[in-house]
Write a protein that binds this ligand. Sequence first.
Ligand SMILES: Nc1ncnc2c1ncn2[C@@H]1O[C@H](COP(=O)(O)OP(=O)(O)OP(=O)(O)O)[C@@H](O)[C@H]1O
Ligand SMILES: [Mg+2]
Length: 200
Amino acid sequence: MIEIKDTHFIQDGTYQACYRHPENKKLCIKISKLELSKSRLLNELKHFKKISKRNYNKFDYMFFTKYHGQVDTNLGIGYVFDLITDETTSQISRTMKYYILNPNPKITDDILRKAFDDLINLMVKHRIIANDLRSKNICCKIFKDESMKMIIVDGIGHRDFIPIVEWSSYFAKKKIERRLIKHKLYDIQAQRTYLQNLVE
Ligand SMILES: Nc1ncnc2c1ncn2[C@@H]1O[C@H](COP(=O)(O)OP(=O)(O)OP(=O)(O)O)[C@@H](O)[C@H]1O
Ligand SMILES: [Mg+2]
């Protein structure tokens, strides 16, 4: 059994709490907060099972956190994923939401826009949908050369009974476009206004 301590805590949200893996600094462990959110996680895991049959080497870069199976912990069942850290500092990467709300001269809106477009293009190309495509579920990984890439850390999958979006980039694109509108992600400034007016 893996012993998770308070010092491993990274962040929690509505559905799950995220901890550093005590034995592997490249991984994190997510613990479901409510019974209710289990179905959300299990849906995500079902998609990982399907996606894992794909050849990740064909991706321009790994644009979502890989799932590494479940473990027993002192806090209950834990689900293990890649941990996203910045190469420059080894710190846990900040989210797209963070950079939109905390302007940073190194991560301008243009850089955010370009990285986000790249991410969306990869999702369409590889027909990978994120049900909960929001700026807080996307980490901005900074590389040694100071370039940045966006990585989805939560909510991979969809809930369609007939998985047409997994077969066709056209339908994947349509679905992703609907998510962008729903979560005001079609434009960085629109996202900033939306986040500023959110009461959480
Ligand atoms: N693999 C990861 N690497 C780095 N940071 C992560 C990772 N997974 C999650 N985080 C951080 O932890 C936060 C919460 O994680 P997650 O989105 O999985 O939980 P949640 O319950 O869905 O939260 P929320 O309701 O805020 O979306 C994320 O917003 C992100 O800042
Ligand atoms: Mg989340």
